[in-house]
Design a protein around this ligand. Structure first.
Ligand SMILES: Nc1ncnc2c1ncn2[C@@H]1O[C@H](COP(=O)(O)OP(=O)(O)OP(=O)(O)O)[C@@H](O)[C@H]1O
Ligand SMILES: [Mg+2]
Length: 280
C-alpha cells in the first residue's frame, strides 16, 4: 500500500509485487507544428506492495487510470517513470526472452469475455495459448492435459476442450479466460473488471470461484473494478485512484464503512443497493 506498506503485511509473508512511483503519460497526436503534442497524465506516482496469497483492489471511476496501471504491471506498456518488481525482478528492465519466461508468473483476465476470446480457436487452443507462448513448451498432448486440468479447476468439463467460445454463456466464457490465466501456474493474476460485463447472479459465482482458487493455489490478485462492493467481496485491501493518483488506501471494510476522502465517499454512494444485496 502506498501509505505504510509494511503495516499491512504480515512479517512472514513473501513480498510478491512492488510498484514504485509509477507514472504514465499518453502522447496524443500533434495538432499543430508550433505546439508540443498534448499529453494525458494517466498515472502519477502510484506506489504499493502486494504480498503472496493476498489480493489488492484498485477502485476508481472511468478514466482514473486503472487499466493503465494493469497494462504497466503486466508489462504490456512501458511506464514513463517508476518500477514494477515481481519477486524482486524489475519487469521493465528484463530483455525480451527473460520477460517472456517471467510471464509464467503473472497472467491477466480481461473485462470482456466476448471480445477477449478468439472465436476461431477451440477452447483447448485458447486455454493453452500462454503455454505455447513460452519457449520450450511441451508437446501438444501434454498441453491438452494441462488445459483440461485448468478447465476442471474453473468448474468446466474435459469435453469443453473441443468447443468454441460462442457455445458458452458469459459466465462460462469468463471461466475459460480464468482457466487460460491459470495454465502457467502464475503467482499473480491481474483482473481488469473481470465481472463487470456479467449479470449480478453470475458475478457472485465468478467472484466465489476466484476466492476459492486463491485459497487453493495461493494466488495473489490485483483486482480492478469501478465497483467498491465487488472489490470488497474479493479483496482484503484496496487503493482508490482518482485522476491517476492514489487518494486513499486501506482495508476494504474501512474504505467501505468509514471512507476518509470525499472521492471514496462518492464511490461508496455510487454502489447500487441491489448490487450490494446480491454480492455481500
Ligand atoms: N491509448 C490511449 N491513448 C491516449 N489516452 C489514453 C489511452 N488509454 C487511456 N487513455 C487515457 O488515460 C486515462 C486513464 O485511462 P484508463 O483506461 O487507464 O482508465 P480506467 O480507469 O481503466 O477507465 P475505465 O473504468 O473506463 O476502464 C484516461 O484519461 C484515458 O482517456
Ligand atoms: Mg479500464
Amino acid at each position: 500500500m502506498s501509505a505504510s506498506p509494511e503495516a499491512h503485511m504480515a512479517a512472514e509473508e513473501t513480498l510478491l509485487l512492488r510498484v514504485s512511483d509509477l507514472c504514465h503519460d499518453y502522447q496524443l497526436p500533434r495538432r499543430s507544428l508550433w505546439r508540443a503534442p498534448p499529453r494525458v497524465e494517466a498515472l502519477r506516482g502510484v506506489s504499493f506492495e502486494l504480498g503472496s496469497g493476498r489480493s489488492l483492489g484498485v477502485v476508481g471511476e472511468s478514466g482514473s487510470g486503472k487499466s493503465t496501471l494493469a497494462r504497466l504491471v503486466m508489462a504490456l506498456d512501458r511506464p514513463s517513470r517508476g518500477r514494477v518488481q515481481l519477486l524482486g525482478r524489475d519487469l521493465h528492465q528484463l530483455d525480451a526472452a527473460a520477460l517472456r519466461a517471467a510471464r509464467r508468473d503473472f497472467q491477466m483476465v480481461f473485462q470482456d469475455p466476448y471480445g477477449s476470446l478468439d472465436p476461431r480457436l477451440t477452447v483447448e487452443r485458447l486455454v493453452s495459448e500462454p503455454l505455447t507462448a513460452q519457449a520450450g513448451h511441451g508437446p501438444r498432448e501434454q498441453r491438452r492435459i494441462l488445459a483440461g486440468q485448468a478447465l476442471e479447476q474453473v468448474g468446466l468439463r474435459l469435453q469443453d476442450l473441443d468447443k468454441y467460445a460462442h457455445e458458452f454463456s458469459g459466465g462460462q466464457r469468463q471461466r475459460i479466460a480464468i482457466a487460460r490465466a491459470l495454465i502457467t501456474r502464475p503467482r499473480l493474476i491481474v483482473a481488469d473488471e473481470p465481472v463487470s460485463a456479467l449479470d449480478v447472479s453470475v458475478q457472485a459465482q465468478v467472484l466465489n470461484l476466484l476466492q476459492d482458487l486463491q485459497q487453493q493455489l495461493c494466488l495473489s490478485y490485483l483486482f480492478i473494478s469501478h465497483d467498491l462492493a465487488v472489490v470488497q467481496h474479493v479483496c482484503d485491501e484496496a487503493i482508490v485512484l482518482q485522476q491517476g493518483r492514489i487518494v486513499e488506501s486501506g482495508p476494504c471494510s474501512r474504505l467501505f464503512h468509514a471512507p476518509q476522502h470525499p472521492y471514496t465517499r462518492s464511490l461508496v454512494q455510487a454502489v447500487p443497493r441491489q448490487g450490494l444485496a446480491g454480492l455481500v
